[in-house]
Design a protein around this ligand. Structure first.
Ligand code: ATP
Length: 198
């Protein structure tokens, strides 16, 4: 049986930064954001289910899902958001588990599941250990504003729509503190790599 590391954190907390370090060290990464796009791509079961629930208007002329349009609909309507989640979440889980099995068949023993909403979506059972990439709220705000070119108000709104990182670390088996420079983060990731390479 393979060992699954669940990598999570908050918006702009440094998950991609850490997952790139793990990928550089040779760990295979299964990314929930990629899964969420793949399972609703043109002509997939997911696209067909969304079409049945939301109609043709949430698709562009090219047959691809119009994400901003769908986003707009679910943003204002919690029932529709639930409907979408009920379609997409099981497909994402299935896609990730199929990826896991494919990697196991290729001989991988340790696999990273990169799942931004691991805790919000209660997916703890999918992983063997939970690694949270942490930054304090001030750093998170500054990095998010800079990376996405957002106003303080917009950046704060995005941060407050998620479970606070101070809460997430309570559920962590391992915390990577990404408040300082990349070198400090790399040291902690190297420690993690040593632990899981044994
Ligand atoms: P999201 O889930 O929102 O895509 P994320 O958790 O994957 O974000 P990253 O994209 O890795 O976060 O990092 C957020 C921003 O902060 C990026 O612009 C990245 O370059 C920068 N950053 C990450 N770690 C550090 C660090 N230790 N020092 C300075 N900047 C950093």
């Amino acid at each position: 049986m393979a060992y699954i590391i669940g990598l999570t954190g908050g918006i702009a907390s440094g998950k991609t930064t850490v997952s790139n370090m793990l990928a550089d060290a040779g760990f295979p990464i299964v990314d929930a954001d990629i899964a969420a796009r793949k399972v609703v791509a043109k002509n997939t079961e997911g696209a067909k289910l969304i079409q049945a629930a939301f109609g043709e208007t949430v698709f562009g002329k090219d047959g691809e899902l119009d994400r901003p349009k769908l986003g707009e609909i679910i943003f204002h309507d919690s029932e529709k958001r639930e409907t979408l989640n009920a379609i997409v979440h099981p497909l994402v889980r299935r896609w990730m588990l199929a990826e896991r099995d494919r990697l196991i068949a290729r001989g991988h023993e340790v696999i990273v599941f990169d799942i931004p909403l691991l805790l919000e979506s209660k997916l703890e059972a999918m992983v063997d250990t939970i690694v949270v990439v942490y930054v304090d709220e001030q750093t998170q705000l500054a990095r998010l504003m800079q990376r996405n070119d957002l106003s303080e108000k917009d950046a704060k709104a995005r941060i407050s729509s998620q479970m606070p990182l101070s809460e997430k670390i309570k559920h962590a088996d391992i915390v990577i503190n990404n408040v300082h420079g990349l070198a400090e983060t790399k040291q902690q990731v190297d420690e993690l790599i040593r632990t899981f390479s044994k």
